[in-house]
Design a protein around this ligand. Structure first.
Ligand code: CU
Length: 498
């Protein structure tokens, strides 16, 4: 399906699957400036939005129901000091044909629009597991954000991000059916975390000279600075997303007596784990990672206050120090206030060890490729090179499996995101990964000198996709590469080539 350039469409490549997976819902989205409050004590901020809100509208999507989003660029001429008025919206980590994926170089300017087709199909639907795919590869919590090459950090910092939730017959959004996870939206609440800086006049500020990573001193949840949230005495599902730009979090639920309230992790990067994993020692979230958790407030009396607290020390863009601050001395990002309503709770109790999805079995890989993430002359490189839109670093043969070995540099941490398919973490520093990391993921955390082996398949669609650091400052300076999926493949960047 060709682009409608006469009408102002900026898409340059044909839709791969619009006729085979026709959309059943249509959305019109206007990316535009909107004056929004981040805190009652600060002036209204000139945020860049999807349809007027930060975060942008939450998509409630279902497997088997393709949608089409028509994205208009209505951004203003005056950028207020940072941000660029051309955009490419990426759905992270949809199984999306390349031309709709929001490839960083598919950006388009003011007055244009771009049609993005989200098929909402399981990976493998047209290859390994026809016709519907493998239910174990279901995603739940996705997000979308601007991905404009060289300007992603600025544009997302200005507000261009939102949630995209995918449901199916098991993860239904209703606690009386399927896996019986807490009902959306009353007890299933997406939360995006950002840290930002404001100038002495209280206006949102972005340091254009910083190439290491921007740390903010104000902590925002869903676009508000350190808000409160009233909860009932029951279980909730929270979908925690680190929206960046650069900080790593380790979240604890701190009670007023400074002890921890344990909670359950059920999903990593939108992939439900095999079983819930309880934590009493917090939960680390790198930029772009999503962690779905179950928190049970039923043991608290009405009037109780619990803080969501980031206790991970981080002093600069290099990454966290890995010191854990004492309870009560971290960043109190959000205040939960328990209210007295008695409510029924039909959601599954994670302590009963329900089973969600097993990790699919592997097939033999065609090739192992190696990638080293490093720093050179104040820029960020992968295997010695900066990002270039036209440089196809390697070609993946469609419907084959690959192993990638990712190696971190000295002194720096990088959350690495690979578009399109989820990977399985086989080894981290030659050890079996933790229970939380053992599922499927799309962001891999590279701590100082870490090396990880990941496995994935590349199925169904062809075209260009990126791998990049999701510390968006690193990404923009230019820790990213382009790979293409086609029906031939090549062996570039294999482990023997460098
Ligand atoms: Cu990085």
């Amino acid at each position: 399906m060709a682009p409608n350039t006469a009408a102002g469409e900026a898409r340059t490549r044909n839709h791969q699957a619009l006729t085979t997976l026709p959309p059943v819902k249509f959305y019109e989205v206007h990316q535009r400036e909107q004056l929004l409050s981040v805190h009652p004590d600060l002036p209204l901020q000139r945020m860049w939005t999807f349809n007027g809100t930060v975060p942008g509208q939450t998509y409630v999507a279902r497997y088997g129901e393709p949608i089409l989003v028509r994205n208009f660029n209505d951004l203003p001429n005056d950028n207020g000091g940072f941000g660029i008025q051309s955009v490419s919206a990426h759905l992270h980590n949809g199984h999306t044909p390349s031309e709709s994926d929001g490839f960083p170089c598919d950006f388009f300017g003011q007055g244009k629009f771009y049609d993005q087709h989200y098929p909402n199909v399981l990976a493998g639907f047209a290859s390994s597991h026809p016709p519907l795919g493998d239910i174990r590869e279901s995603m739940s919590t996705l997000w979308y954000h601007d991905h404009r090459v060289d300007f992603t950090a600025q544009n997302v910092y200005k507000g261009l991000a939102g949630f995209y939730l995918l449901f199916n017959d098991f993860d239904t959004g209703n606690e009386n059916t399927g896996f019986r996870l807490p009902t959306f939206p009353d007890f299933d609440v997406p939360m995006i975390f950002n840290d930002k800086n404001f100038d002495p006049d209280g206006v949102l500020a972005f340091d254009l000279a910083n190439r290491d990573g921007i740390l903010g001193d104000k902590f925002l949840v869903n676009g508000k600075i350190q808000p409160f949230f009233e909860v009932k005495r029951r279980r909730y599902r929270f979908r925690w997303l680190n929206g960046g730009p650069s900080r790593f979090y380790r979240f604890y639920l701190t009670k007023s007596n400074l002890t921890n309230h344990p909670f359950w992790i059920i999903s990593n990067d939108g992939n439900l784990l095999k079983n819930p994993v309880q934590t009493t020692s917090g939960l680390m979230i790198a930029v772009a990672e999503r962690m779905d958790v179950i928190v049970d407030f039923s043991s608290f009396a009405a009037g109780s206050i619990i803080h969501l607290e980031n206790r991970l020390e981080q002093c600069d863009g290099a990454g966290p120090t890995n010191n854990i601050l004492p309870a009560g001395q971290g960043n109190k990002v959000l205040e939960f206030r328990v209210v007295s309503d008695t409510v029924t709770d039909n959601s599954v109790n994670p302590a009963t060890n329900p089973t969600f999805y097993q990790v699919p079995t592997r097939v033999a890989e065609r090739i192992t490729r190696c990638f080293k993430f490093d720093r050179e002359n104040g820029q960020w490189i992968i295997n010695g090179k900066l990002f270039d839109c036209d440089d196809v670093r390697f070609r993946v043969k469609r419907n084959t499996a690959e192993i990638w070995e990712l190696e971190g540099g000295r002194d720096w941490s990088h959350p690495i995101h690979i578009h399109f398919e989820e990977h399985q973490v086989l080894e981290r520093n030659r050890n079996t990964p933790s229970l939380i990391e053992r599922g499927r993921k799309d962001v891999i955390r590279l701590g100082e000198g870490d090396d990880v082996r990941i496995y994935f398949r590349f199925r169904d669609f062809v075209g260009r996709y990126p791998m990049h650091c999701h510390n968006t400052i690193h990404e923009d300076h230019a820790m990213m590469l382009r790979f293409d999926i086609d029906d031939t493949g090549n062996n570039n960047e294999d482990c023997d080539s460098h």
